[in-house]
Design a binder for this molecule. Structure first.
Ligand code: SF4
Ligand code: ZN
Length: 365
């Protein structure tokens, strides 16, 4: 698998990230947290562990233009694996023993990247999860290259976990090769995503695909079109679930640099709603999730400030296949402003010369 790059974009991201990490080196601390959510049927444990961090972000490629998770990783420091295991054990101890558990573990990188999670630690985690005999789903994340190059490790993990279902989240973000290369700096192309997902699913592993809403350098309308197209492509390729991630502004990133110069703002919540509504209408049975970070804040997806909570509620309703009003313009006057923004001709004229950018008109449902 090649690692396609736009050299100028990549070197700029690298420079900005290095400057930030150097400037903040004394204040940045590796983060660990676990959150338990209990519903009628299950307990969901979501946790972040402070491993070395994403190899893509630590490399001279600079990593993805939007991602600041490396700020929370240990980078060069070594956190003893015993400490990580201890945190996981504590979270399991807190779960209601009478309910099945879904365990979502994030290492702010790839679970199958040996440089981030060594084989010994991965093995200890699997042993730990098998003990309570109550876990039904184990969810991790990985870049496509590890799915393509480490199928043996993935298969072994899957077999050892049985009967726990293994779910792997892949940050596809966009199915447009130009956007992947020139906006997100993902270092892979649509074909890499397709091949990695198809080979992994052959072994009964669930795939969760992340779709990032609103890349830098695109207009609001282009971003909406891209997310709709990406979701359709991911579904057609065979993803089990789509997780919509509206872009947030994180420290040390290119997106943060652009936001400070008023060259980027996170998506409107109306845009997020529109993308999800379009996909829900077209694929009524498709499993979807959307848990926006920093929603309603300047650094996250937001509307005018008055209607953000209501629109987040509408997003949740659509995700859960519930009805929402047809006419959204009554909800808040800012809906009209958003409509003007995404229909104004300049949005179309500003379209960059992406030969593969394919448009759907999001307002023609
Ligand atoms: S989005 Fe994923 S692949 Fe990209 S830098 Fe962040 S952790 Fe690494
Ligand atoms: Zn509003």
């Amino acid at each position: 698998m090649s690692l396609p790059r736009n050299p100028l974009l990549s070197s700029t991201i690298y420079k900005l990230r290095q400057e930030f990490l150097e400037l903040e080196k004394d204040s940045l601390k590796p983060k660990t947290w676990f959150k338990l959510t209990e519903t009628m049927e299950k307990v969901v444990i979501t946790g972040v562990i402070p491993t070395r961090g994403c190899s893509w972000a630590l490399s001279e490629t600079g990593g993805c233009s939007v991602c600041g998770y490396i700020n929370d990783s240990s980078r060069d420091h070594k956190i003893p694996s015993e400490q990580i295991i201890e945190h996981i054990q504590q979270s399991l101890n807190q779960a209601n023993p009478s309910k099945p558990i879904e365990f979502k573990l994030f290492n702010s990188g790839s679970f199958f990247d040996e440089d981030d999670i060594p084989q010994k630690l991965r093995s200890q985690i699997i042993d730990l999860l098998k003990k309570p005999n109550k876990i039904r789903l184990f969810s991790v994340e990985s870049r496509p290259e590890y799915l393509l190059n480490h199928q043996d490790i993935i298969n072994e993990t899957n077999i050892r976990l049985k009967p726990i279902t293994l779910e792997i989240g892949v940050g596809m973000e966009s199915s447009n090769d130009a956007i992947l290369r020139d906006c997100w700096n993902k270092g892979f192309l649509l074909d890499d995503y397709r091949e990695s997902v198809q080979i992994t699913r052959l072994n009964g592993i669930r795939i969760k695909t992340y779709v990032l809403i609103k890349p830098p350098f695109l207009t609001e309308l282009e971003a909406i079109c891209d997310s709709i197209r990406t979701s359709i492509d991911a579904i057609e390729i065979g993803t089990d679930i789509i997780s919509f991630n509206p872009c947030t502004v994180q420290n040390g990133t290119l997106v943060n640099f652009l936001a400070k110069k008023n060259r980027f703002s996170p998506p409107w919540l109306w845009s997020v709603l529109h993308v999800i509504k379009t996909i829900r209408n077209q694929f009524p049975e498709q499993e979807l999730i959307c848990e926006p970070i920093a929603a309603g804040k300047q650094r996250g997806p937001h509307n005018c400030g008055k209607c953000d909570k209501n629109v987040l509620d509408l997003i949740n309703r659509v995700i859960n296949s519930k009805q929402i009003p047809n006419d959204l313009s009554n909800i808040c006057p800012c809906y009209k402003r958003w409509q003007v923004l995404v229909t104004t001709p300049i949005e179309v004229f500003r379209t960059r010369n992406h030969s593969k950018l394919r448009f759907l008109n999001p307002l023609n449902e």
